[in-house]
Write a new protein. Structure first.
Ligand SMILES: [Zn+2]
Length: 160
């Protein structure tokens, strides 16, 4: 048997993969390639798997594009509310009065115990001059029921 790489006579060859072709090499040359333990089917099935992964990625990317215009309540809405309130030198009570809501409601919002309704969110955004909605980065972001209506409304607006 001869090594296909250096041509040396050898008693034992190893099948390795170098730049997608399989060759029989001697022990000295086998470090140049990746050793293959199974038959020829391996390379093609590996390519098929890679292809499948690539396809999946492409699909994932395009659905992300679809999501780009969708917005939902920011995960850190409670921090945004609290920060803006403090910046405006308002107590929870004062903010509640401005919004015509109870102080306990503001406390719940700032503890993330409660998500604001669409109406309340808009009032908070206007009063505190903040943005509580943010773009959804991926489809895995959990959807909230309160933002669902708004999302559909956005879509209708875009289409008409
Ligand atoms: Zn060799």
């Amino acid at each position: 048997m001869n090594c296909e790489l250096c041509g040396k006579k050898t008693s034992r060859t190893t099948t390795v993969s170098i730049e997608n072709s399989e060759i029989e090499v001697c022990d000295e040359c086998k470090s140049y390639g990746k050793e293959i333990f199974k038959g020829k089917g391996d390379i093609s099935s590996k390519n098929q798997i890679l292809q499948r992964i690539k396809n999946k990625k492409r699909v994932g990317r395009s659905s992300e594009m679809d999501e780009i215009n969708k917005k939902e309540l920011a995960l850190d809405y409670s921090e945004r509310i609290e920060r803006a309130r403090i910046e405006k030198n308002l107590t929870q009570e004062e903010l509640a009065k401005k919004l015509n809501e109870k102080k306990s409601l503001i406390a719940k919002l700032e503890r993330s115990d409660m998500r604001p309704s669409d109406d309340l969110r808009k009032k908070l955004e206007q009063t505190l001059n903040i943005e509580l909605m943010e773009k959804i980065e991926s489809t895995s972001t959990k959807k909230s029921e309160s933002s669902k209506g708004l999302t559909i409304g956005d879509l209708i607006d875009t289409e008409s």
